[in-house]
Design a protein around this ligand. Structure first.
Ligand code: ATP
Length: 452
């Protein structure tokens, strides 16, 4: 039997009614509609047959006349159907307030049974069959919200004169540490996948583009298997010239974030509340800015060295208690803990500092994890060269690339600049209270998984 089986054709000569998403049915009451979706279930009562259909926007129940009831036999759940009918006010129940008086059913693609995903499937099984895992409006809400988030970011940045760039994802240079990159053969040479577009964003600053952004993939060969790390994720990177202090960069980051989260609240807030029982939080600005040294004074539990994930959680908890904010910028990290290109604080202010230098840098924490990171970049060639040497980069294979392609950009009038990166998969995790980045990546990549 062909999968294109017309079970009950519409009457000859009738034009097909307009395609309608299930969520839009209330606007089509008492009118003929065409629904395209997947069979959830078939139910029979003594006198009537019912089908439940889902599409990306919701579920609806259809009531079938006697002659259609037989046609429903043999249709397995997840079969793709076109259903024509009249939208009517529904009876009370778990589905939409509307129901469909079904007039025709077109089984477009039958689903084989049994389905490879059953209720109670493990995370691994769900990720193996992601196309079925995602075939539910509640799961797809994550990606609809992410799409709105990105559109809002684009609108905000374009309106402020930022250019959207597409930078290379294959490069000869590694990361600043030479670690955690995916290496690949490149016509007899070695290349790697970029860890961040930052080098190229800085090139745009040296080229006089003034302000740019990119939404794109970045790759980290990190073996850490946490709920927050992926080996490939999507980053929104923003870079701006003629900046002399981190405050302006944080102003930009928080205004951008506010715009993005407001868009999600406006477009999806009600659905997020209904499906996930969570309000979409939009931060009041300014977001508190807490220098790391002060954070340590206020939180004696925080150990020295780099902030651990537990430390990030503790800082978020304390920030909330102190300011009512669930967002907090942690600023002024020791320069030794940040990448060599980060501008040092005393260098930025023109005052030589006492003790170990601090950096003009920040991380933005939300709901116990880092969602963004930014800094002013050192744009003065001599200082940058010194910082690279102090970081021990002149001893590594990377140094050739640095000497040849990175450092020269700062010899010919590169303006002061800075930027930040927001990890979108992580932002979605925090925003929608998801337990793992595996849920907010469309198709997750981790050390143990590079399929499907
Ligand atoms: P972390 O310390 O949490 O591993 P990082 O300091 O390495 O993060 P950056 O290099 O500053 O992160 O990257 C910018 C942003 O990208 C981070 O703030 C975070 O939102 C996101 N990010 C970083 N690493 C990952 C990863 N492995 N998977 C998903 N998102 C990530």
């Amino acid at each position: 039997m062909s999968t294109e089986t017309l079970l009950a054709p519409p009457a000859q000569g009738l034009r097909s009614p307009p395609k309608v998403f299930i969520e839009d049915l209330p606007r089509h009451l008492d009118r003929p509609v065409l629904l395209e979706g997947w069979l959830v279930a078939v139910r029979r009562s003594r006198s009537l047959s019912f089908l439940v259909l889902k599409d990306r926007s919701g579920e609806v129940q259809g009531v079938c006349r006697d002659e259609l009831a037989a046609s429903l036999q043999g249709l397995n759940p997840e079969s793709a159907l076109r259903v024509q009918g009249l939208a009517r006010r529904g009876r009370p129940g778990p589905h939409s307030a509307i129901e469909i008086e079904v007039q025709a059913i077109d089984a477009v693609a039958l689903a084989q049974a049994p389905l490879p995903l059953q209720p109670g499937a493990t995370e691994e099984q769900r990720l193996d069959h992601r196309y079925l895992d995602l075939r539910h409006p509640r799961k797809q809400l994550i990606f609809r919200a992410q799409s709105s988030l990105e559109a809002a970011a684009r609108g905000f940045l374009l309106q402020r004169g930022f250019l959207e760039l597409h930078t290379p994802k294959i490069t000869a240079g590694g990361s600043e540490s030479g670690a955690a990159v995916f290496k690949l053969p490149y016509f007899g040479q070695q290349a790697c996948l970029v860890q961040s577009p930052q080098f190229y964003m800085q090139m745009a600053m040296a080229a006089g583009m003034d302000r740019v952004f990119e939404v794109g993939p970045v790759f980290r060969a990190e073996s850490a298997q946490t709920n927050r790390h992926a080996t490939e994720f999507t980053c929104l990177d923003v870079e701006q010239s003629w900046l002399e202090d981190t405050g302006a960069l944080m102003d930009l980051a928080e205004a951008l974030l506010r715009e993005m989260l407001s868009a999600v609240r406006q477009r999806h807030g009600a659905e997020v509340m209904r499906s996930l029982d969570l309000p979409v939080e939009v931060p009041e600005t300014p977001i508190p800015r807490l220098p790391l040294a002060l954070a340590r004074q206020l939180n004696p539990e925080l150990a020295g060295g780099r902030l651990t994930h537990q430390a990030e959680q503790l800082l978020c908890k304390h920030a909330r208690e102190l300011s009512g904010h669930s967002f907090v910028f942690i600023t002024d990290y020791p320069a030794a803990d940040r990448p060599f290109y980060t501008r040092h604080r005393d260098a930025a202010s023109g005052q030589e500092g006492q003790g170990a230098p601090l950096s003009c840098s920040f991380d933005l924490l939300w709901r116990g994890m880092e969602i963004a990171s930014g800094c002013l970049r050192e744009h003065r060639h001599e200082r940058l060269q010194r910082q690279a040497a102090d970081a021990g980069l002149d001893d590594q294979a990377l140094s050739h690339y640095l000497q040849r392609h990175y450092l020269p950009m700062f010899r010919h009038g590169c303006p002061p600049h800075g930027g930040f990166g927001i990890g979108l998969d992580r932002l979605m995790m925090a925003l929608l209270g998801q337990p793992s980045i595996r849920e907010t990546s469309f198709v997750y990549r981790g050390p143990e998984r590079h399929v499907p």
